[in-house]
Write a protein that binds this ligand. Structure first.
Ligand code: ATP
Ligand code: SF4
Ligand code: MG
Length: 340
């Protein structure tokens, strides 16, 4: 009887992740403060699923993405990558042990214009990771590039062209082909459609979903736009100033948000039918300075439901009796507005 190997159902498990940046001033680089870009964040990415990460600019989305790919070193916490061989803490793994795992995790960037080298043609761009990973035979690389270009909806003969010959949507497809080259299991997509027209956004999202079905890919999908995250995610994490404030399925989040910040983000989603959002909530005030965050609940200066407790005590992220996860002192007494 052969023993069946069980693989953890979560490809990634992030536990209490922190990334702090010291603030320095003067030529002596005296440390004058700290930016808590990511402050005690935990969540998982189930295998073959898409986890959305949403929040306003500067809330820490890219910092989390870079920590997962170990493009930067986390300050504290664990990031487990689980595969058939075992479970690896990416947060602390030395580079030589990290190297073989790197091809399992790829990234797609926001700006396809600047992320593609203008002096390389499509063949060089898409085949570079293959060459770096030992595929020396040019014909073999050509076959693979051809296959990848067709997979992302581009023509094989485009191989000899340069990025400037392509539209924004096509360039993002090139970036996706390159990311797929080494058969990754996880792709971190950081604002992958934010620079594209709405109709092109939908095409790229559909492509990502098709590729997920075909290859069983897992995605972390980062966007400041809740309506985009809703289209692709199995689960959504809402972030505010370095912290997670709510987690739920798109249905849960949109039909009955539990955190006032989520309610405000939903309210900001443009609607064809203005009556679709009852009691329109406008997100008032500026995003606070992350190096000098408010006391208590970070959202309290902008929250229309804030009470005295909110100014002093930071609400913990907890799961309520119905299984919903959020951090708000007053959530149980609020009847927040989603989309009808
Ligand atoms: N290298 C760095 N040094 C100092 N602070 C940094 C550094 N990188 C990011 N930060 C700060 O960390 C916080 C989180 O930044 P991050 O880029 O992760 O936000 P984001 O959610 O991706 O924002 P955006 O939607 O604008 O891309 C911000 O306050 C940012 O200024
Ligand atoms: S804890 Fe208070 S300030 Fe924070 S979101 Fe809830 S009601 Fe608003
Ligand atoms: Mg970012």
């Amino acid at each position: 009887m052969s023993a069946m190997k069980t693989v953890n159902e979560n490809i990634v498990e992030i536990k209490n992740l922190k990334k702090y940046y010291p603030l320095t001033s003067g030529i002596m680089k005296k440390v004058t403060g700290v930016v808590k870009a990511v402050d005690d964040v935990s969540f998982v990415i189930p295998r073959g699923k898409t986890i959305g990460l949403v929040g306003e600019s500067g809330c820490g989305k890219t910092t989390i993405s870079k920590c997962i790919l170990r493009a930067i070193d986390p300050t504290e916490g664990e990031i487990y990558l689980n595969n058939e061989e075992g479970s690896y803490d990416l947060a602390t793994l030395p580079e030589n042990e990290l190297r073989p795992l790197r091809k399992e995790m790829q990234m797609i960037f926001q700006d396809p214009f600047s992320s593609l080298n203008p002096r390389m043609n499509l063949f060089d761009i898409v085949s570079e990771p293959l060459l770096l990973n030992g595929m020396k035979n040019r014909t073999e690389r050509q076959d693979r590039v051809e296959e990848l270009l067709v997979k992302v909806g581009l023509r094989a003969e485009y191989m000899i062209r340069f990025p400037h010959a392509f539209s924004g949507g096509q360039r993002q497809r090139i970036g996706i082909a390159r990311a797929l080259a080494l058969n990754p299991s996880l792709i971190v997509c950081d604002e992958p459609v934010s620079g594209l027209d709405v109709s092109v956004q939908a095409q790229v999202i559909n492509l990502l979903m098709d590729l997920q079905d075909e290859f069983g890919l897992s995605y972390l999908f980062v966007s400041h736009d809740l309506s985009i995250v809703r289209q692709i995610s199995d689960e959504i994490n809402v972030m505010y100033l370095g912290r997670l404030v709510e987690n739920g399925t798109p249905e849960e989040i949109f039909s009955s948000p539990k955190h006032p910040y989520t309610e405000a983000l939903i309210s900001a989603v443009p609607q064809a039918d203005p009556d679709a959002v009852k009691n329109h909530k406008i997100l008032i005030g500026e995003i606070p300075n992350p190096s000098n965050p408010p006391t208590g609940c970070y959202f309290h200066p902008r929250c229309s439901y804030a009470t005295e407790e909110c100014k002093v005590t930071n609400p913990k992220l907890t799961v309520d009796e119905s299984g919903r996860t959020f951090s708000c002192h007053n959530a149980k007494d609020l009847n927040l507005t989603g989309l009808i």
